[in-house]
Every structure is written in C-alpha cells, then in structure tokens.
Design a protein around this ligand. Structure first.
Ligand code: SAJ
Length: 413
C-alpha cells in the first residue's frame, strides 16, 4: 500500500523507514523544510542508532520520500506532537491540522492510524474532525456512505533503541471499529514480530498512558528514597541494590528528575481526565518534578561558599547516550543554576550536541565544553546524566578527589 506518515520526528521517521523497508511505499509529510530536505538526501536530522542506515536505504530504493503536502494514500499514520500545556492538558492542534490536511484527500476505505500519545478520547476526536470535513464518509457505513477506518496504535519504543523495539515490542491496536483494528493489525504485522493485541481506541490510548505512569510512579519511589537517604546519611544506591536482592523487589534508579517527552508528560493526561481519582499518579509527578530543585539547592549550598565558583555540569540530555534535551531535568538544572548563581561560571558538557540550545546559549555564564576542560577548571562537578563517556572517564585523571562532586546518578560511587 501507499502509506503517508504525517510527522517525521522521533517516532514518525523510524516508523516510515521501517514500513518502507518491509511493505509499503511511504511518503513522509512534515512542516519543516530542513527535515524534508534531510530525509530526501537519505539523512536523519537527529541521533538514533541504526536509523540513518534504514532511512538511507529506503530513500535510495525509492520507497521513501518526504514532502510538505499531505498526499492521497491508502493508509495515514499520524505521528505528530501532542504538546503538554500549562494546565496539564494535551494540545491537539497538530492532530487537528493533520486531520484537516488528510480530509480532502480521502476517497473512502482509507485507514487512518493515530500514533501520537493522546489523552483518552483523542482518536474519536480525530475521527469526528475528519467526518465533519467529510460528511460523505462514515465509520460504520450508515446511509451507504463509504467507510473510513480509524485506529489508535500508540508507539512504545524507547529512544536509543527505537529501531530494535519497533520490530520486537508487542503492539496495542485500538480501533474505533473492529474492522479498523483488524486493518491496522495487518499493517503492523508487516514489520512487527511482537504480539499485536487489538482493543478499542480509548483502551489503547489509556494503555499507553498507564505504561508511562507505571514507570513514573516507580521512579518517584526511587527518587523519594534518595531524598530520605540524603536526610538519613545512607547511600541510596547501595540500599536499592540490597533491597533488589529480594525476589519480588525491583526498585528503579534515582536521578536528578524525570525527563523526556513521555514519562514526564503522559501521567498528567490521566490526572487531567480524572483529577480527583488520580492521587498517586499526581503525587509521583510532583515528587519527580521536585527533584531538579533539590539538586539545584545542593549545588547552590556548596557554591555559595566560593567567590567565583566554577561548576562543571555533566550532561544535558534527558537520559544517557542520546541528544534529546526535551523536558530534560539536567537542562533545567543548568538553567536554574545559572540564574541562582550569577557570579558562577558553568561549563556544561554534552558530548551528543554541537552547540547549546537557545535558552542556555543566551545565558552569559554558561558555555559548552569538552569533559576534560570543564572538569579541569571546576570547583564543583555535578553529574546529571549517566552518559557512557562519563561512566568510562578516568576519575583519577580528572582529579575528582580535589573537587566537590555531586553525583546525581550514582555512577561514580
Ligand atoms: N529514569 C530514572 N530512573 C530510572 C529510569 C529512568 O531517573 O530508573 C529517568 C531517565 O533518566 C529519564 C526518564 O526517567 O529522564 C525517562 O526515561 P526512560 O528511559 O524511562 O523512558 P523514555 O522516556 O525514554 O521512554 C519511555 C518508555 N516507556 C516505558 O518504559 C514504560 C518507552 O517505552 C515509551 O515508548 C516512551 O516513554 C514513550 O514514547 O512514551
């Protein structure tokens, strides 16, 4: 089939590449001209292991191309952002824009799959918008009108392992109708080796949110333990290692907070759908969101004793070995340190980027430096991301013993 993938971001582009490699002629659609040009050159505008090979191959074989306009296609995969707004609800504007672009192209019998992480009801919302523009179509054939098949198939791939997990993870496919779910299942079966489980759309939407909330709640438990241990003078990493010897205990790792566009966001979609009921989920978010502030307080307490403190902040990404700075606690910590300590010089180290993002570049006391330079000059070293480079670093050569070290990830214990 011809598949149009709307949105060539962290999820859309890998999905487009995998579909193009396995089963389909794929047209990627994006609003960003530089993304379109990069893809058409066979290049990937962000870091994700093995993705470039896949995109380059699909483009050179003529199975994948990118353009701005939404084309006619048999299948539409919508993988646009659903940004999180100040009131903790999702902004569905990009879904609406995708629907408005798809609607005029429909001839009947198309399958439209929403992959974007969505609050409960978003798939129905997408269908309603398509049908409002195209009252000549229907979901169930009433009045003899041609069918439109709409399903939700949340992506659940882990950044950094996207190309592996796209193929090996189980998939949940939720259809607004049974037929829509069946057709979506057939499409994913062309490349997905995991089990593909069908359900209704709202259960599929909720499943995705619940998976990420489960992880958020468990990370919050680890983060709360780290704060308790800080107070009691206990090494939290040793404690967790010991507790995890129990056959039914598997505590996650504390850190400087929870980042990324998913785990730090999705639980709020549940909270905003059921504010009075989602008490634990809300508290977990609050515990994790409080963590960056606690790290800032610890660094400030050390730095205040120095006249012109030099701080090396190791890592800006939201997790190890990726270049993704979205919702990153490390980035927020650096930014907050820069304003809390105007006389400090902060050398940020992020091996996966070439220049500081706009908000940090604007700060006069923050620079991007290689690891050795940053640490050599530093009074205080705060480790924020467990990048391989930092874990592998020769601690003696970095003379860490001579510095104040605040290791939020427990890699240099
Ligand atoms: N983190 C900790 N301690 C841990 C594990 C993670 O502090 O023990 C932090 C990380 O440093 C990071 C954040 O949590 O800041 C999230 O990282 P992650 O690796 O747990 O997850 P993401 O955001 O990269 O991807 C998650 C995954 N969801 C689950 O594992 C349930 C992925 O499968 C989803 O596809 C993705 O969200 C998504 O797109 O929803």
């Amino acid at each position: 089939p011809t598949v149009a993938v709307i949105g060539l971001g962290y999820i859309g582009l890998p999905t487009a590449a995998v579909l193009a490699t396995h089963a389909a002629d794929v047209i990627g659609v994006d609003v960003n001209a530089s993304t379109i040009e990069a893809v058409n050159r066979g290049e990937v505008p962000f870091v994700e292991p093995d993705l470039s090979v896949s995109v380059a191959g699909a483009v050179s074989q003529g199975r994948l191309r990118a353009q701005r306009e939404t084309p006619q296609a048999e299948v539409y995969v919508v993988a646009v952002p659903t940004p999180f707004q100040d009131d903790h609800t999702a902004d569905l504007a990009y879904i609406d824009a995708a629907a408005d672009a798809i609607a005029p192209q429909l001839r009947g019998d198309e399958l439209v799959i929403l992959e974007s992480t969505s609050p409960p009801g978003a798939t129905q919302h997408l269908a309603d918008r398509l049908l409002a523009a195209r009252p000549d179509l229907s979901l169930d054939g009433t009045g003899g009108r041609p069918l439109l098949h709409v399903a939700h198939c949340p992506e659940r791939v882990l950044p950094g392992r996207v190309m592996v997990e796209l193929v090996t993870n189980d998939r949940i496919v939720g259809g607004l109708t049974t037929e829509a779910a069946r057709r979506a299942k057939d499409l994913y079966a062309t490349f997905c080796q995991g089990e593909i489980v069908t359900t209704d759309a709202v259960t599929a939407e909720m499943a995705k949110l619940v998976e990420n909330s489960y992880r958020d709640v468990n990370i919050a438990f680890a983060n709360e333990l780290s704060v308790i241990c800080g107070k009691l003078g206990i090494d939290v990493w040793e404690l967790i290692e010991l507790a995890n010897h129990h056959p039914r205990v598997d505590i996650l790792q504390p850190g400087p907070g929870v980042g990324g566009h998913c785990i730090a966001v999705d639980p709020w979609f549940i909270v905003s759908s059921a504010p009075d009921e989602a008490r634990l989920i809300r508290t977990a978010r609050e515990v994790n969101d409080a963590k960056p502030g606690l790290v800032v307080d610890r660094v400030v307490a050390k730095a205040e004793r120095l006249r012109e403190p030099r701080i090396a902040a190791l890592g800006l990404a939201f997790k190890p070995d990726i270049d993704d700075l979205r919702e990153s606690p490390a980035r927020a910590i650096v930014s907050r340190l820069a304003s809390a300590l105007p006389s400090a010089k902060i050398a940020a180290v992020e091996p996966n980027i070439e220049s500081l993002p706009g908000d940090l570049a604007e700060l006069p006391n923050v620079t991007l430096e290689p690891l050795e330079e940053a640490v050599r000059e530093a009074d205080i070293v705060v480790l924020l991301v467990d990048h391989t480079q930092f874990k592998a670093a020769d601690r003696r050569r970095l003379r860490l013993r001579e510095k104040v070290v605040i290791d939020t990830r427990g890699v240099w214990r």
